[in-house]
Write a protein that binds this ligand. Sequence first.
Ligand SMILES: C[S@@+](CC[C@H](N)C(=O)[O-])C[C@H]1O[C@@H](n2cnc3c(N)ncnc32)[C@H](O)[C@@H]1O
Length: 164
Amino acid sequence: MRARNHPAQVARRGPLDEVDDRWTPHDLFEDADRRFGPFDLDAAASHQNALCARYFTREDDGLTQPWHGTVWCNPPYSACANWVEKAWTEWASGRARRIVMLLPANRTDLSWWHRWIEPHRDAAEAPLRVVFLPGRIRFGRPGQPTPAKGDRPPFGLCLIVWGV
Ligand SMILES: C[S@@+](CC[C@H](N)C(=O)[O-])C[C@H]1O[C@@H](n2cnc3c(N)ncnc32)[C@H](O)[C@@H]1O
């Protein structure tokens, strides 16, 4: 599979929303909602794919809005670092009670992981926990809300949980 939102491509011409716009399967979301929710806010959404009654779209820009309550976020994977940094800001502000972010589990070598996650995760007293999910999860996409067979990204996923 050829990368279409590689950091160099994104730096040159911006992200392709058609690549970023991947929808969490309902069973995964419901499982997370039972375990860590109920979620009040979907911080990265469109009118078609929002998973909570309250949500921010690209036009609202969830990166510049305050996040309140228990927050779900499956961010655009072309900008994981910005979303992880934003989650820390919201967590530190005390506005967010808990934040759960669905991220690719194959970016653990990148500088943002080592700045924002690795030093904090899973230690005693740390607010941050990483839950690695089994298997290769199929996402929905615009026009195909129920994931198509075989339409899987070439990486596993993890949940980053602030407020364990
Ligand atoms: C990976 S999809 C998530 C879809 C669904 N809400 C979910 O949780 O599975 C990311 C969504 O965030 C939207 N998005 C992109 N930039 C955004 C921004 N700055 N603020 C809020 N949403 C944004 C995209 O249009 C896309 O619909």
